[in-house]
Design a protein around this ligand. Structure first.
Ligand code: GLN
Ligand code: ZN
Length: 766
């Protein structure tokens, strides 16, 4: 029996890589420094895994930005617009790499970055490969070989990891029409062969190919590509030990295809889907080695050794210990680094801490599981302490709140419905709110300046008293209200200055949540997130936003919109408990938000926005599972929104708005107003709403808040005209694409002034 890891976090346990990259980008440190930081992290990771007893230690899992971009550089898939960067002899390979990741503005060149998108259903973002019809590939970067050799020089034999050729093509995008990217497989494979030849010359033993698409819906062409690729590799490298890694879903209808591929070992994810063990074992050919992912690579819970050992036993009985590998479910880059660094008992209590396990601890768990499976008496104590921790978690009063469970089971259809349908609500709302046509509003946050952030930091450190902090936030809020009034915005917001983050702010006030000090996970490039941990039944002990919403409303005669984060988004951006279905946790959060909505209404807030930017990204990887998810996600939103009178107007907001395939579900959410991101697509994303004849009100974003650029009134009039061509004017709102948190005040003021002027132009002639 072997132990294996599919990938280790590369950010460094104190986010060393983030800091080094940002210093380098800012011109404050040298390339040599950055390279050295990378080297140190790799060495530490390899040595740690070796010391803990991992047999198959990954290499090339390190990346300065993203593993997909690494591969694009490896196989020379470099879009033409970067060729000038290559031609400039003073640029290094890393300069080119960062140009592709982040854009390039130097020497009179202004080259846009490559697109970024979510890595399957995780919160990690990868750089999307760009392919053209005549796409050629050639070995360009030797990163993978260099890192393999680097590990060897340290006396550690590693297993290079690379994304398999089929998944690599499927992850990319055709940049011109007239071809199918999967047809590039014949051009691409020779580069893989060349890499493998070089690795073989260096006596490599194992190579890991990540092919997560094998657990997704595949076309016949995709399937043929898999067969072609792995047959070729087998033909040319009959002795190489290839590990084919699948994760994030079960193989399901691709089981037969996958177990039939001529690889040495197959990895399957038994955390996401333990049931697939029996189907895979039933189909497994003699000699195929099986790697079972039993330690959760994507969540922070301590492994349940008894449950894992049962899976190990089942597999062992069928194929024998010698054909078995114990692994995490997927790469550990989705886990925080090291639980040992959580030493602050005020943030993470010892009781909760004993239920958790981060990357370093997960590596230990894998090794312990193997020892236990082999009957090693010396580790018996570890099984007992694992039992103890997990039993403590199962019965802890911190987790279980009968009141919450009862309330969830008592939810009726009435709780999921507003009092009357939108058609009659809208009449009452028009009467009550008296808004002009093309009402203007913003999405919620106003600039979070360095100053505002410094107040919070000082407050958290105890350097500012609650009173002093509140006074500063009051001042900022008041100025923002005055600014919005002066600018002529119709529906105001308080600005969200009191919030660090749209999920953390609520998590900190809800029961059932806890936080870490150092539980960072890479989101993209140097950006890391520190998701809250939902460990227990969620409820709202006290109002969360009334203080600031009421304060803001007291300053003006205009409506101030209450601002909340929706249940699905809170769920999506947290580490979620694994002892009950996600839908159950989501419903609990929905009730907590509902309580807040009702309290806001009682406090005189007539317009309440429940942000759900993450609803789309929560979609399951397999289409067959979509409706089940959408059903509970939409229901959670409706529960949160339906406690109010008809007169109260519920808004929702979503950032990324490609809604074609789920527009019915978006309509089922039944928000009175939805604001969406639209400007970058020149209102094209609105078509889904138009084609569907979306019945409620819509605010298609009229300017892009991701850029400091100030749009002119005319541009926004033009976009509103485009919107008006497909959506009746009476349904339209005027607003930016998203919150203004990351913008500066001067741009914000100018842009919103232009936006209000644009709305006025339309009002004049419509
Ligand atoms: N209300 C939030 C804000 O304005 C919404 C952010 C989001 O959609 N991601 O910041
Ligand atoms: Zn947004």
């Amino acid at each position: 029996m072997l132990t294996n890891n599919l990938g280790y976090p590369r950010i460094g346990s104190n986010r060393e890589l983030k800091k080094a990259c940002e210093q380098f980008w800012a011109g404050k440190s040298t390339l040599q420094n950055l390279v050295q930081v990378g080297k140190n992290i790799r060495r530490q990771n390899w040595e740690l895994q070796k010391e803990k007893g991992i047999d198959l230690i990954p290499s090339n899992d390190f990346s300065f930005y993203d593993q997909v971009l690494d591969l694009s550089l490896t196989v020379g898939a470099i879009p033409k617009r970067y060729h000038e960067v290559i031609l400039n002899k003073s640029n290094t390979e890393l300069d080119l790499y960062f140009a592709m990741a982040r854009g390039y503005q130097k020497e009179g060149l202004d080259i846009t970055a490559m697109e970024m998108t979510k890595w399957f259903d995780t919160n990690y973002h990868y750089i999307v490969p760009e392919f053209t019809k005549d796409q050629q590939f050639k070995l360009f970067s030797t990163k993978l070989l260099d890192e393999y050799n680097e590990s060897k020089r340290l006396g550690i034999q590693t297993k290079p990891v690379l994304i398999g050729p089929v998944s690599y093509l499927l992850l990319g995008k055709e940049k011109e029409s007239g071809f199918d990217r999967i047809d590039l497989i014949k051009n691409l494979l020779p580069v893989y062969i060349e890499i493998l030849k070089k690795l073989e010359a260096q006596q490599v033993e194992w190579v890991q190919f990540d092919e997560p698409f094998l657990s997704l819906d595949l076309t016949e062409k995709d399937k043929a590509a898999f067969k072609y690729v792995y047959a070729e590799i087998k033909k040319q490298f009959p002795k190489l030990k290839t590990l084919l890694a699948t994760y994030f879903e079960a193989l399901k209808d691709n089981t037969e295809l996958t177990v039939g591929l001529p690889v040495h070992a197959l990895h399957i994810d038994l955390v996401r889907n333990p049931e697939q063990l029996s189907t895979v074992l039933a189909a497994i050919p003699a000699n195929l080695v099986l790697s079972i992912g039993v330690v959760d690579g994507r969540n922070i819970w301590k492994n349940d050794f008894r449950a894992s050992l049962q899976l190990v036993e089942t597999a062992k009985e069928k194929i024998g210990a010698s054909r078995l590998i114990i692994s995490p479910s997927c790469s550990l880059i989705h886990s925080p680094c090291d639980l040992d660094l959580e030493t602050n008992e005020a943030t993470l209590t010892p009781e909760i801490k004993q239920w958790l396990s981060f990357a370093k601890q997960k590596v230990e768990e894998i090794v312990t599981l193997k020892q236990l499976a082999e009957g090693d008496a010396q580790v018996q104590a570890k099984l007992e302490s694992n039992d103890q921790a997990n039993n403590n978690r199962k019965t802890s009063t911190l987790i279980h709140n009968p009141g919450v469970k009862q309330r969830v089971s008592g939810i009726t259809v009435k709780d999921e419905q507003r009092l009357h349908p939108y058609a009659s609500r809208s009449v009452v709302q028009r009467e009550a709110l008296k808004l002009p046509s093309f009402p203007t509003t913003t999405i919620g946050s106003f600039p979070q300046t360095a100053e505002v952030r410094s107040w919070r930091a000082r407050f958290k450190k105890g350097e500012l008293s609650q009173e002093a902090y509140d006074a500063l936030i009051e001042k900022e809020t008041k100025e923002t209200i005055i600014f919005q009034e002066e600018t002529g915005i119709d529906v105001l917001v308080h600005g969200e200055f009191e919030r660090n983050d749209m999920v953390e702010y609520f998590g900190e006030q809800l029961a059932g949540f806890t936080f870490t000090k150092n539980g960072w996970v890479q989101s993209y490039g140097s950006r890391c997130v520190k998701p809250p941990i939902i460990y227990g039944d969620v409820h709202r002990p006290a109002p969360m936003t009334i203080r600031w919403s009421s304060f803001a409303q007291s300053l003006t005669d205009k409506w101030v919109k209450g601002m909340l984060t929706g249940p699905v988004t809170i769920l999506q951006w947290s580490f979620v408990r694994n002892d009950q279905p996600r839908s159950e946790t989501c419903t609990q959060i929905a009730l907590a938000i509902r309580d807040e909505v009702v309290d806001l209404e009682s406090a005189g807030i007539k317009i309440i926005q429940i942000d759900e930017p993450a609803i789309r990204e929560g979609l399951p990887l397999r289409k067959a599972d979509w409706q089940n998810y959408l059903h509970w996600a939409v229901r959670a939103f409706r529960i949160s929104a339906s406690g109010v009178q008809d007169e109260t107007q519920i808004h929702t907001h979503m950032c990324y708005s490609e809604f074609n395939d789920i527009i019915q579900n978006i309509a089922d959410m039944d928000a009175d107003v939805i604001t969406i991101e639209c400007s970058r697509s020149q209102m094209e994303l609105l078509d889904a709403f138009a084609d569907f004849k979306y019945p409620n009100e819509i605010g298609p974003g009229v300017y892009d808040i991701h850029s400091p650029r100030v749009p002119a009134k005319e541009e926004m009039v033009f976009l509103l005209e485009k919107a008006r061509a497909v959506i009746p004017s009476a349904q339209l709102w005027v607003n930016p694409d998203c919150g203004l948190k990351t913008r500066h005040w001067d741009e914000t003021k100018k842009a919103l002034t232009e936006m209000v002027a644009a709305a006025k132009v339309l009002r004049e002639y419509v």
